[in-house]
Write a protein that binds this ligand. Sequence first.
Ligand SMILES: Nc1nc2c(c(=O)[nH]1)N[C@H]1C(S)=C(S)[C@@H](COP(=O)(O)OP(=O)(O)OC[C@H]3O[C@@H](n4cnc5c(N)ncnc54)[C@H](O)[C@@H]3O)O[C@H]1N2
Ligand code: MOO
Length: 408
Amino acid sequence: MSHGTGTPDLTTVADHRARVAALLTTTPVARLPLEDCLGLALAEDLTASIPLPPFDNSAMDGYAVRSADLAGASPEQPVELPVAEDIPAGRVDVPPLRPGTAHRIMTGAQMPPGADAVIPVERTDRGTKRVRLFATVQPGQHVRQSGEDVTAGDTVLTAGTTLGPAQLGVAAAIGVAHLRVHRPVRVLVLSTGSELIAPGTELRSGQIYESNGLMLASAVREAGGEATLLRFVPDDVDAFHAALAPHLDGTDLLITSGGVSAGAYEVVKDALTGTGVEFTKVAMQPGMPQGAGRYRGGAAVVTLPGNPVSAMVSFEVFVRPALRAAAGHRAVGRPVRRAELAEPLTAPPGKRQYRRGRFDPAAGTVTLQGAPGSHLLAGLAKANCLLEIAEDVTELPAGSTVDVMLLD
Ligand SMILES: Nc1nc2c(c(=O)[nH]1)N[C@H]1C(S)=C(S)[C@@H](COP(=O)(O)OP(=O)(O)OC[C@H]3O[C@@H](n4cnc5c(N)ncnc54)[C@H](O)[C@@H]3O)O[C@H]1N2
Ligand code: MOO
């Protein structure tokens, strides 16, 4: 397929992205306890059945008073009142305040009927039987009104919201213990390659440490998915299928890295060709060799190139948006900003290039991190954004405006 890339036989980034997105369907809705909902997407609007605050309460440790009783109070001419009651937070039988008296009250405690203000303890002599009050207060001062934050019936969160700490906090505050959420996409991350060994073991000549598996599984988890990692799958087609088989049940998406280019030993390509997975070259750098489909009519499959930067960039461009959409998130894509390029760059014709950069939000500038090579992982590790350079752009002078995808 070729649509406006200017390079024949290459699939466009947009076409491949759509192909990957179409493989995943929205995950089922589950009712989960709040503590299991972090990072998931809310499946339906959440409506409050109580107001927040639920009752008028004190904003300060001090004394609940009738503001009129403190008229003219000053350090020189304090008003002295008997302290009738003590109201710690959580007291449920709060007696009314009679005129000419004060109730000692703590932050968050329910206001007594009849009181209209709180005088902070710092403006008093802190008395417990009688209290001397050194200042006046306005009606309503230091009182938090019921319903000021949320009224009963308000929609506090809408469907599609990603549940972070504050969203879970407000759900708990309105008394909700369970939420209806989309369950996470279940992803199997698989890496192959005879040269790969486990970090923490001794490296022999010609070997490299396996890094894509952990990196991609972490990217899945960070995007709100569930990841199972299967590493060191042998470079043998039968062994590949045998390794996969026990894990397929319950897998929504299989992500592989490596073994898909033009070499003599491309186990992923060899094993998956004819199973429903199609391989293609995308007009993109890094990330040219790609594959996608459905393994034997079941799990969705995305095969990413093995070069570590290619694998991560392809994940960002193709997989992450599809994962987030399938898990019901409204926020699917990374935020994109316009930034001023701090240095010149060149880019290959006919391919969309993704360079790694550091975006400085204060200055609005972006600095390149490392050269374009797709094996240069340390540059990616220093980056906080990807520069997206259009297919028809081959050079950009310093000072040009570019789009950057923010990664964190
Ligand atoms: N003759 C051609 N050669 C290559 C082409 C091509 O079109 N014609 N494409 C190049 C491009 S672009 C890429 S990208 C790579 C993709 O190759 P594979 O996806 O088949 O990946 P491998 O060959 O298995 O590995 C590439 C590279 O990445 C390292 N690797 C692989 N897996 C891991 C892992 N899990 N952890 C760490 N590093 C990994 C591997 O050792 C290789 O160095 O092909 C080009 N070649
Ligand atoms: O297109 Mo490959 O993914 O750079 O090295």
